[in-house]
Ligand binder design. Sequence first.
Ligand SMILES: Cc1ncc(COP(=O)(O)O)c(C=O)c1O
Length: 425
Amino acid sequence: MQLKEMDAAQLRKLQSELQKQYQEWQQKGLNLNMSRGKPCKEQLDLSMPMLDIKETQAADGTDARNYGVLDGLPEAKAFMADFMAVPEANVIVFGNSSLNIMYDTVMRAYVFGVLPGSTPWKDQGQIKFLCPVPGYDRHFGVTEAFGFELIEVPMTENGPDMDVVEALVADDAQIKGIWCVPKYSNPQGYTYSDETVRRLAAMPTAAADFRVFWDNAYCVHHLDMAHPAQLLDFLAECAAAGQPERPYIFGSTSKITFPGAGLAAFAGGPETVKYVKKLMASQTIGHDKLNQLRHIKFFGNLDGLLAHMAKHAAILQPKFQMVADTLQKELGGLGCADWTTPQGGYFMSFNTWPGLAKKVVAMCKEAGVELTGAGATYPYGVDKEDKNIRIAPSMPPLADLQQAAELFCLCVKLASVEKLLAETR
Ligand SMILES: Cc1ncc(COP(=O)(O)O)c(C=O)c1O
């Protein structure tokens, strides 16, 4: 029965049952964390053999222990190109974090402009950036740090609402970019449709220096290895549409080997790559080539990496399934929430009724389960409707996750019942 179909007496009875259950949960003294999308210990253990690799010599004879090689060892570039599904010539291998590359990419555009001769963003007045919502808090944080005005664009199952995006960028030259997580998006787990990819590649923009920040963080993070989501080649689509320099593409092995100790890379159009290399030459002599060799020797090639991802999926899939099953069992049919059931990535996106997300997160916290702060999935941390919660099932062991998911559902039910009772008063 839907909660909204219950009369006041039924709601009050349900409220007191749920309150009693909540008090029992509070007495359990739980201390669980579902707040960030970190790999769990078993996932990290998968990559431990990589640390035994003591390779120091690259295929071309380069001594990886020494200075040099700005844009990555040739084998590292070839490997990251395969991984990101882009040509080798368009790739630059960086250090240990793609978020760091994204920050530097914004910084370069801000200080130097996107290409030689382009006016730096800092000299163009108030810069604006499109933020599909709900989205990744750290993306929004980067552009917020530069003082850009962040404009929300609704997400759909096919990616950002392209009617809204096209209308905004066509008219406003201050809009310089859009954040995209095109495959298994954070937090919904959506993959952009072919139509969305093509429209992003081809849409006319008032700003000649408009860029699409294509963070393909979850390109190989399938939960069902037999049915991976398919994403069009954005670099090729942009080139075909006559916009070869539009894409800024990012990827990393953070959630494949070790977060903070993986390999991260950038890909872009030919002029972009040339310019980035020129600018970065005064920033570094080269990144960690020993780590590049460790990764190459550990995986061998893309097939080796995909075999490794199957091991991650075997750990993660049961966790996602358990959360999805619990949500369905406890909340299905009540009409008080909706949520996504991703086929990959690290998150699920959950919506309460408007006005309840903060309350649910606070109730969970009081009973010992930490969730991502409500509002985190929106620019400036403000979800105007206060309804979205990002669920991150990867980190806790399965048994803990089961408890956290049950408590979460209880809190959603109780908060929803109390909202209805307050409205009937
Ligand atoms: C969409 C997305 N991009 C980037 C990152 C961080 O990547 P890195 O560890 O390569 O900096 C995350 C981490 O959660 C993420 O969800």
